[in-house]
Design a protein around this ligand. Structure first.
Ligand code: AMP
Ligand code: ZN
Length: 472
């Protein structure tokens, strides 16, 4: 039984999907005007681990992540760079998908974009207007927060607290400072869409309400995002969707703690960020994922390079065992002893950890215990049969690789290819040796020169030829 801490009830609750084995899950994705940073990656990776664990547990997850492709920052960048906003959004959406793939984040089933959902968005606002929860001031439409009696139920605050606590822009058109934009009237030179209220574009909150319901229904299982989105973004989504559809919106709200740096939230506006793209130049996806998995998703997490380096070192224990397994599988099936290792115990421990509100630090600890115990057995026995290695691989493939994404057994193929490349070079060296013996110096030189052209330098000594990669 999986238990999830639900921001709405502020309790850990047993997870009961609406229509098992199906699970509908929506995660607030990026606004595409820049590369995403390693703070955003924390939310995306933890959501990915949760999705993978639900799948591991037998659920069929429909996973939706929006890509916000129209917004003030995108427009600003399009003006700065003198390019259409769509070009900016498409370019950075492309980088987002590329970098997510490099971080081994499973693709969403749908990546909805507001510009492709204008009808659903406009219909939702119309519905709110008909029910008198929205008001139009000269082409700007606002949500009337005072009408929604349950406003504040997600963030756990009442309206007065929210007014005094929130940094809210002063806008003379609003009846109440907490009211928020549903439709923004187009300013001179801005992109716009036609609507019953005139030309303009939607507010951010209404986009997620419309797109999540369009793909997952009015009432769905899980909605997730970073802590910063609880208020006002998710609070507003609830206010919009529940009024427009007359149904309970989301059953489980999940929120990810911030990645912080020098005691501040890592964010684009503070300028204290590293892009995922840059970090990936130095650390593997597995290292970054292990770094995140070692902390529970809900709390804050400090970022510094020493911690990443520590994860990198920790990961070596896993890759060393993986290498042993790979070596075993490249040699022939072997009979021998089947040592005693209680695979089921580790499996149960892993599941117990993950069932408890996706306790990844505990799950990682189980994996490392397993690796330590497996290594000990391998070190103490010489004639272990192939079945034992196969069981080890199976456990790690389903948990460390399949759920946490901190191992990658497909990299073995690359490893194999690297071995084959070495063998090919040795073969060419041998052929060159033969050519020399037959006094075919032209061919011998050709082999040496062509290898040099592809960056491999041969070095002849008295009795043998070695090679090394040529540095340009
Ligand atoms: P944004 O592009 O800023 O709207 O953020 C996309 C997602 O990343 C949202 O779910 C944010 O809550 C999340 N996010 C932004 N900054 C951080 C951070 N420092 N740590 C964790 N998650 C973050
Ligand atoms: Zn959202």
């Amino acid at each position: 039984m999986i238990k999830i801490y639900n921001t709405l009830s502020k309790k850990k609750e047993e997870f009961k999907p609406i229509n098992p084995p199906n699970v509908n899950m929506y995660v607030c994705g990026p606004t595409v005007y820049d590369f995403f940073h390693i703070g955003n990656s924390r939310s995306f990776i933890m959501a990915d681990i949760i999705r993978r664990y639900l799948e591991y547990s037998g659920y069929k997850v429909k996973y939706v992540m929006n890509i916000t492709d129209i917004d003030d920052k995108i427009i600003r960048k399009s003006i700065e760079q003198n390019k259409p906003f769509k070009e900016i959004a498409d370019e950075y959406a492309g980088y987002f998908l590329e970098d997510s793939k490099k971080l081994k984040i499973k693709e969403a089933d749908v990546f909805p974009r507001p510009t492709e959902h204008m009808n659903s968005i406009i219909n939702l606002i119309k519905e709110l207007e008909e029910k008198s929860f929205a008001y139009n001031v000269d082409g700007n439409v606002f949500y009337d927060v005072s009408k929604f009696k349950e406003y504040g139920k997600l963030s756990g605050k009442n309206i007065e607290d929210l007014i005094s606590g929130a940094r809210i822009e002063i806008n003379k058109d609003k009846k109440n400072p907490l009211d928020f934009s549903l439709w923004k009237k187009a300013k001179e030179g801005e992109p716009y869409w036609e609507s019953p209220w005139g030309n303009g574009r939607p507010g951010w909150h209404v986009e997620c309400s419309a797109m999540s319901c369009a793909h997952l229904g009015n009432n769905f299982d899980i909605h997730a995002g970073g802590n910063d989105l609880i208020f006002p973004h998710h609070e507003n989504e609830i206010a919009q969707s529940e009024v427009a559809n007359g149904e309970h919106f989301v059953n489980y709200w999940l929120h990810f703690g911030f990645l912080i740096i020098n005691n501040q939230k890592m964010s684009k506006s503070l300028g204290n960020f590293f892009t995922a793209r840059d970090i990936l130049k130095i650390y593997s996806a597995e290292t970054i994922r292990l770094f995140f998995a070692q902390a529970h998703y809900s709390g804050p997490l400090n970022f510094n390079e020493e911690l990443l380096t520590a994860s990198q070192k920790g990961l070596e224990k896993l890759t060393n065992l993986q290498k042993k397994i790979d070596d075993e599988f490249s040699s022939e099936t072997r009979d021998g002893i089947m040592p005693k290792l209680d695979f089921n115990k580790y499996k149960t421990d892993f599941q117990t950890a993950m069932n408890d509100d996706f306790n990844t630090p505990q799950a990682v600890a189980v994996i490392f215990d397993f690796v330590k115990d497996a290594n000990k057995i391998i070190g103490e026995n010489t004639n272990i049969n192939s079945e034992f290695y196969s069981e080890i691989k199976n456990f790690l493939q389903t948990t460390a690789e399949g759920v946490l994404g901190i191992m990658d057994f497909t990299q073995k193929e690359e490893g194999d290819m690297a071995t084959k490349e070495k063998e090919l070079i040795e073969l060419l060296i041998k052929l060159r040796q033969n050519a020399k013996m037959e006094k075919n110096y032209a061919l011998a030189d050709k082999i040496r020169d062509e290898l040099k052209d592809i960056g491999i330098a041969l070095e002849d000594s008295k009795d043998k030829t070695t090679y090394k990669l040529k540095v340009n």
